[in-house]
Design a protein around this ligand. Structure first.
Ligand SMILES: [Zn+2]
Length: 339
């Protein structure tokens, strides 16, 4: 299928009307191209939804894009980030340095950011290689474990579901939509029937939903993600302002489509497992699932993400009682249960 995605070079800052602007901010070296940062007008200075990747080109694009719209980055009142990933929260610290803005995010992602700041860097490698080994990864991939990412700035304010963001004169409410991250939020501009969807609902692609470490059995991110899609669907046919790709109407219709996509994927995986009498490792399961490229062509990093996604699907099936985890084996293995 031909991608409808347009390159960053074709993106421009835009006045979307109703006191809302969008600024495309490049993600250097990433096929996703750019993050759409939104600015919301307030009498006490604009509030940003997300900030973009921490890179000099991205900073130029953000501050220059705001200036082109008549906004000065030094007057930004606050940055509310939809989730802690670097293409969203990366530049929040730099905006804060320039303007004194507060940074807000959901308390679950705030806890992860704190953990990233506190985690000893020299333990990162052994954490990663242990996780890969327990998932049944090829020993060569275990050796290629990726380096530790730079954590984003710590937030000044923590949000919970239903909280209003400090945006004087308007109603911008946090809607907790866990799945892509445990603390992902969408932001509902209630006085304008608009929903800032972050990465939760995108018009053409679906966000990565994985489990880390892969063998955790105390969380169910894909189950959470499907519930979060249902939740957003209940808000009605709002206009969606996503963090990537493009703005689109009727978030409820797209949320239903993405749920359907994952339900089909879960059913295909259940059927695949039912055909294998022997219990499978997470790595074996990832290799038999369908990705946008053949498994052998995926880089170690993409395989790691595919394994995370496979683990999330296995865990969701396990939570539904459709597969079981074989007790006491290392690497961990899964098996279909008779339905
Ligand atoms: Zn993103």
């Amino acid at each position: 299928m031909k991608s409808r995605r347009r390159p960053y070079s074709e993106q421009r800052p835009q006045d979307l009307g109703g006191g809302v602007w969008s600024v495309p901010v490049p993600i250097p070296g990433n096929p996703l191209g750019y993050t759409l940062v939104y600015a919301l007008e307030s009498p006490k200075g604009p509030v940003l939804v997300d900030a973009g990747w921490n890179h000099p080109d991205a900073w130029e694009a953000l501050s220059g894009g705001l200036a082109a719209l008549g906004l000065d980055v030094s007057t930004v009142r606050g940055v509310v980030v939809t989730h802690f990933h670097p293409d969203h929260a990366g530049l929040a610290g730099r905006v804060k340095e320039r303007s004194g803005a507060w940074i807000a995010m959901h308390e679950n992602d705030a806890a992860l950011v704190r953990l990233m700041h506190e985690y000893p860097p020299d333990e990162h490698e052994s954490f990663q290689s242990d996780m890969l080994r327990r998932a049944g990864a090829d020993p060569r991939e275990v050796r290629q474990a990726v380096s530790r990412p730079t954590p984003p700035a710590l937030p000044d304010r923590e949000l919970r579901d239903g909280d209003l963001v400090d945006l004087p004169g308007r109603k911008l409410r946090a809607v907790h939509t866990p799945g892509h991250t445990p603390g992902h939020i969408c932001l509902h501009l209630e006085d304008a029937d608009r929903l800032f969807t972050g990465d939760h609902v995108l018009p053409d692609i679906t966000p990565h939903v994985g489990i880390y470490p892969y063998d955790r059995d105390d969380v169910d991110p894909l189950g959470d993600f499907l519930d979060s899609l249902a939740r957003v669907g209940e808000l009605g046919p709002l206009d969606a302002l996503p963090a990537h790709e493009w703005i689109f109407p009727d978030v409820a219709a797209r949320a239903a489509e993405i749920r359907h996509h994952h339900e089909e994927k879960l059913e295909r995986l259940r059927a695949l497992l039912a055909q294998r009498p022997e219990p499978q490792t997470i790595w074996e399961v990832a290799a038999m699932m369908t990705w946008n490229r053949p498994w052998d062509d995926l880089s170690p990093m993409l395989r790691g993400m595919a394994a995370g996604e496979a683990a999330a699907h296995l865990r969701a099936l396990e939570a539904r009682g459709e597969v079981r985890r074989v007790p006491g084996v290392d690497p961990v293995r899964f098996q279909a249960l008779d339905s």
